[in-house]
Design a protein around this ligand. Structure first.
Ligand code: HEM
Ligand code: HEM
Length: 227
């Protein structure tokens, strides 16, 4: 059977760059102050990735769209039941349960990146918006930046176990498809094109927005903020 393009290139890049960037964020946070510059830049990059996926969910190719993989709770429950009964209900894009990873990551990783803008290690490194809020609010957002990361680890853990289960338990080669974009599927049509030009235009607009957000619009703290 012929393999067909299902996952477009921007979606695959989003996925693997996100994995790489999240691992880097963990490492740079653990290494401490000297590596905080890297932590900041990679954090802005992740914010860009999340904004991109949000827009791509509206204007990307068929299987990248929210309308293709966000199902009502009843359909998610039915899918879970049939899966547990060892059936393999077929979905070309994300299945109803797996599709939940997209809104979960947009919300949780997005919240981690946004709270980072307000975080501070109380010594050398502070996010660009630290002084934009009261010190109580800043402390609260900083606390969230620490706590939310555990939720990201939990989501990533569940996701990786689930993917391994499909891959090795059910012998459904999902990982290869997320790398090449292609699946063997007679029933569905391929996406035709990855819409690379549109993805590039969106990426440039997001980069310009992030530059404005971080380098232009961010408040310069008053000296007495620190004392
Ligand atoms: C080495 C570890 C990982 C592997 C092997 C992996 C593999 C995969 C695969 C195969 C899919 C497609 C699922 C499907 O066919 O429905 C997928 C989707 C996804 N994964 Fe991962 N993943 C990994 C780590 C992560 C991590 C750490 C995150 C972030 C917390 C993540 C977030 C996502 C998201 C958001 C999607 C949906 C893609 C989209 O539509 O944009 N993955 N992953
Ligand atoms: C999704 C992206 C991000 C992830 C996954 C992430 C992850 C982390 C982690 C795991 C820590 C260490 C927490 C701990 O020791 O308990 C941390 C600390 C920190 N992060 Fe991020 N971060 C992200 C984005 C950002 C951004 C965009 C900024 C600022 C521009 C930022 C600024 C900071 C600062 C200043 C600290 C030190 C906080 C302290 O010591 O109290 N982070 N981050």
């Amino acid at each position: 059977m012929q393999k067909k393009l299902i996952w477009d290139l921007p979606l695959r890049l989003f996925h693997w760059l996100l994995v790489l960037a999240l691992v880097s964020q963990w490492i740079t946070a653990e290494l401490g102050s000297e590596y905080m510059d890297y932590h900041f830049y990679i954090g802005y990059f992740i914010l860009g990735l999340i904004i991109f996926r949000l827009i791509w969910g509206l204007v990307g190719p068929k299987y990248a769209r929210f309308s293709n993989f966000l199902y009502p709770p009843k359909a998610i429950w039915q899918y879970l039941r049939s899966f547990l009964q060892a059936q393999n209900p077929h979905f070309t894009g994300h299945n109803p349960l797996g599709g939940l990873i997209v809104p979960a990551v947009i919300l949780i990783v997005g919240a981690q990146a946004v709270t980072g803008l307000f975080a501070s290690d109380d010594v050398l490194a502070s996010g660009p918006y630290m002084s934009a809020v009261s010190s109580e609010t800043q402390g609260w957002l900083d606390g969230l930046h620490h706590k939310i990361f555990n939720v990201i680890l939990a989501i990533a853990g569940i996701h990786i176990v689930a993917i391994a289960w499909y891959q090795f338990g059910r012998k459904i080669p999902l990982v290869g498809a997320m790398i090449t974009g292609k699946k063997t599927d007679a029933a569905q049509s391929s996406i035709g094109s990855s819409r690379l030009l549109l993805a590039l235009i969106i990426a440039i607009i997001i980069a310009a927005f992030l530059y404005w957000l971080i380098a232009v619009a961010a408040p310069v703290p008053e000296m007495d903020y620190y004392f």
